[in-house]
Design a protein around this ligand. Sequence first.
Ligand code: AMP
Ligand code: MN
Ligand code: MN
Ligand code: MN
Length: 286
Amino acid sequence: MPVNIQNADLHCHSNVSDGTLTPEELAARAKANGVELWALTDHDEVGGQQRAAQAAAALGLPYLSGTEISVTFAGETVHIVGLGFDVADPGLAAGLARTRGGRELRAREMSADLERVGIAGAYEGALKYVGNPDLISRTHFARYLVEVGACRDTQEVFRKYLTEGKPGYVEHRWATLDDAVAWITGAGGIAVVAHPGRYKFSANEEYALFSHFKDIGGRGVEVVTGSHTAQDYVKYAGVAAEFGLFASRGSDFHSPSESHTDLGSLPFLSSGLSPVWEALSERVQV
Ligand code: AMP
Ligand code: MN
Ligand code: MN
Ligand code: MN
């Protein structure tokens, strides 16, 4: 692995989950934006990993395997990023397949809920945006709601629909934190708490999340991500220090027309943090 990497981008989505670009297009965009180490982290899915790694290799872009697992913890959805695992690990594959399994039924229930507020055909409409039939997500519904003029953009959709208490929101039970961390570490990877600044936890609940995560073998936290404010960067640098976690950095880029944060465009990790990629040097594909 090249030394002194700063512009690592270890969180983004392709059309194998809810992004709009292919793994190859993302690799090219990462390279063009000066990313020095890249990971594709599709939701609950590793189907794009081989393509991403091959495209990165062809561009001379160092690559780490990745995924983002949906977890239910203390009644909230929490995302756990896995990095540097064996993409062929059967335990991880089975766990991800199980996690994806509930999406289809949830989507049909979301559609029925939207129908009650006058938005018809949302399931079929969302499907038009789906690149992977196993992975219908709220993002695909958001694109359909923009298409039919229910909202101006996908951000507005999430404000008015599809989130807790709003039409189209369907409570769902994802993987457990223990299972997600075990699948990632069992496949030789490192588990990282994604965008902790986004969760609506009390201070006690957040403490419980990180202490339990650490106890079960979790090793990293995203400090610099597209959904954090500058204050969050400082807060979660403190959390990394407090719990002895490696720090990660990733844009969470989904789409050129929807995402505020492009690949490779965020501030670097502050000095004093231990970058997660330093613990994964053996796993980097160059
Ligand atoms: P799902 O896994 O189907 O529940 O969908 C979660 C995805 O919806 C996230 O990964 C984001 O891509 C997207 N999302 C969630 N909240 C928002 C938001 N407020 N604005 C835009 N996208 C969002
Ligand atoms: Mn997403
Ligand atoms: Mn996420
Ligand atoms: Mn993400």
